[in-house]
Write a new protein. Structure first.
Length: 423
C-alpha cells in the first residue's frame, strides 16, 4: 500500500510547484542561483519526480525480481524521510536558512541510503541483469551521492568545507541528481515500461542496456571532472549529451514501431523526447558560454525547465495513465477489496488532450519568453502549463483515491481491471 501514498504526496509537491512557478519566473530569468528558485527546483526534483520514482520502485522492482521488499518497515521510514526532508529543504530554501537546508539534506541522505538498502539486494540478485535492473541499481547509487554532495554544499555555506568553484561544485551536484539519479532511472525504466504499453515491433534489450551503462559512466566522469575543475568537463558534457541522444534514438524506434493505438502515453513520450532535445542543446550551449553571462542565465533556465518539466514530467504523465490504475488494482487486491474496472479508475479521456496541450503549450511559451527576455510571455506560459498540471492532478488524484475508497454501487467488480505491467 506504500506506492499510492507516495504518489499522493508527489501530487501535493507538484501542486506546490505549480503555485510557486508563476511567481518565480522573473527571478528565474534574472539568475538561477537564488534560494527561492532552488526551493522550486527541489519541490520538483525531490517532491514530485523522486517521490514518483520511489513509488514505482517499491511496486515494480519486487514484481520484476519476484521477491518481496526485504525490510518493509525501513521502506516506511525511507518514504517518511523523503517526504519530510523534502518539505524542510523547500522551506529552508524559501526563507534562506542554510543550516535548515543542511539538516534536511542529512535526512534526505539517510532516506537515499535506506532506499538502497531495500532495492539493491533485489536488483543485484535478480535472475536477469537487464536494462531496468542495472540502471535502477546505478541510479540509486547516484541518488546517494547527490544527497551527500548537496548536504556538503549546504554545510559549506556555514562551515567552509568545499574547495574549488561554487559553480562547478553546484554543477556536479546537478549532474548527479538530474542525470545520474533521475535521468538514468527514467531511461532504464522507460526501456521496460514503454514497450510493455506500446507493443513495438522492435526489441532492443542489449542496445538499451549498453546505452544505460554508457550514460552512467559518462555522468560519473563528468562529475569527477567538475569537482576537480578539469578542462575535460566540457568534452565530457558533449559525451553525456551523446548518450542522451542515443537514448532518444533507441526509444524513438520503440515508439515508431508501436502496435498499440497511438494514445496519450505515446504522445507524452514523443513530446518528452522533443523537450529532451531542447534540454540537451541548451545544456551543451550553457557549458560553452558559462552560467554567469546573461545568455547563460537564460540557457540555465531553459535547461532546467525543458529537462524537469518538458522531458521528465511529460514521461511521468504519459506512463502514469497506464501504470497508476494497475498499481491501484494491486493495492485493492492485497487489501482483499473488490476489483474496479479500468474505465472507472482511469483519468477521464476528456481531460487528456487538454492536459497535453495546456502543459506543453505553456512550456513552449515559458521557455520562449525566458530566452527572449519577455517576462509577460513567460508568466502567461507558466500559468498555462500550471492549468494543464492542475487538470492532471485532479484526474490522477481521482485514480489514486480508489486505493482507499470504493466507487458507487454497481461498478465494483464489473469490467476489466488494469493489469500491473512487468516488462
Amino acid at each position: 500500500m506504500l506506492p499510492p501514498y507516495l504518489f499522493a504526496v508527489a501530487l501535493g509537491f507538484l501542486a506546490l510547484a505549480l503555485l510557486m512557478g508563476p511567481f518565480l519566473v522573473g527571478e528565474l530569468g534574472r539568475y538561477f542561483y537564488q534560494t527561492r528558485v532552488l526551493a522550486l527546483t527541489h519541490a520538483i526534483t525531490l517532491g514530485w519526480i523522486s517521490m514518483v520514482m520511489c513509488g514505482v520502485l517499491y511496486r515494480y522492482v519486487p514484481a520484476l525480481t519476484k521477491r518481496h521488499v526485504p525490510y518493509p518497515r525501513v521502506a516506511i521510514v525511507q518514504a517518511l524521510g523523503l517526504a519530510f526532508g523534502t518539505l524542510v529543504i523547500v522551506a529552508g530554501f524559501w526563507v534562506g536558512r542554510w543550516p535548515v537546508v543542511a539538516a534536511a539534506g542529512s535526512i534526505l541522505l539517510t532516506s537515499a541510503v535506506l532506499l538502497g538498502i531495500n532495492m539493491w539486494p533485489l536488483l543485484l540478485r535478480a535472475p536477469q541483469q537487464g536494462v531496468a535492473e542495472r540502471g535502477a541499481a546505478l541510479a540509486i547509487g547516484f541518488f546517494v551521492l547527490a544527497a551527500l554532495l548537496g548536504t556538503l554544499l549546504a554545510l559549506d555555506k556555514t562551515y567552509p568545507l568545499m574547495g574549488g568553484s561554487l559553480l562547478t561544485n553546484l554543477g556536479a551536484h546537478v549532474q548527479l541528481a538530474a542525470l545520474g539519479w533521475v535521468s538514468l532511472m527514467i531511461c532504464a525504466l522507460s526501456f521496460r515500461l514503454l514497450p510493455a504499453f506500446l507493443l513495438p515491433a522492435v526489441q532492443l534489450p542489449e542496445a538499451a542496456r549498453r546505452l544505460v551503462l554508457a550514460l552512467a559512466g559518462a555522468v560519473l566522469l563528468l562529475v569527477v571532472a567538475l569537482l576537480a575543475g578539469s578542462p575535460l568537463a566540457l568534452p565530457l558534457t558533449f559525451v553525456t549529451a551523446g548518450a542522451l541522444l542515443g537514448y532518444l534514438g533507441l526509444i524513438g524506434r520503440v515508439v515508431a514501431s508501436h502496435r498499440q493505438p497511438f494514445d496519450f502515453t505515446a504522445r507524452h513520450a514523443v513530446a518528452g523526447g522533443v523537450w529532451l532535445l531542447v534540454a540537451t542543446a541548451s545544456g551543451c550551449a550553457l557549458a560553452v558560454v558559462g552560467a554567469e553571462t546573461e545568455i547563460g542565465t537564460r540557457l540555465a533556465a531553459t535547461y532546467g525547465i525543458a529537462g524537469l518539466l518538458g522531458w521528465m514530467t511529460n514521461l511521468i504523465f504519459g506512463i502514469s495513465y497506464k501504470l497508476f490504475p494497475g498499481f491501484v488494482s494491486g493495492c485493492r487486491l492485497e487489501a482483499g477489496r473488490a476489483a474496479v474496472p479500468t474505465s472507472v479508475m482511469a483519468t477521464p479521456e476528456i481531460l487528456r488532450p487538454a492536459i497535453f496541450l495546456l502543459f506543453n503549450g505553456g512550456l513552449l511559451a515559458a521557455v520562449s519568453g525566458l530566452m527572449a527576455g519577455d517576462l509577460p510571455i513567460s508568466i502567461v506560459g507558466a500559468l498555462t502549463l500550471s492549468a494543464g498540471g492542475w487538470l492532471y492532478i485532479g484526474g490522477t488524484a481521482r485514480t489514486l483515491a480508489f486505493a482507499f475508497i470504493d466507487p458507487p454501487a454497481g461498478t465494483v467488480g464489473a469490467g476489466p481491471t488494469a493489469p500491473e505491467v512487468v516488462a
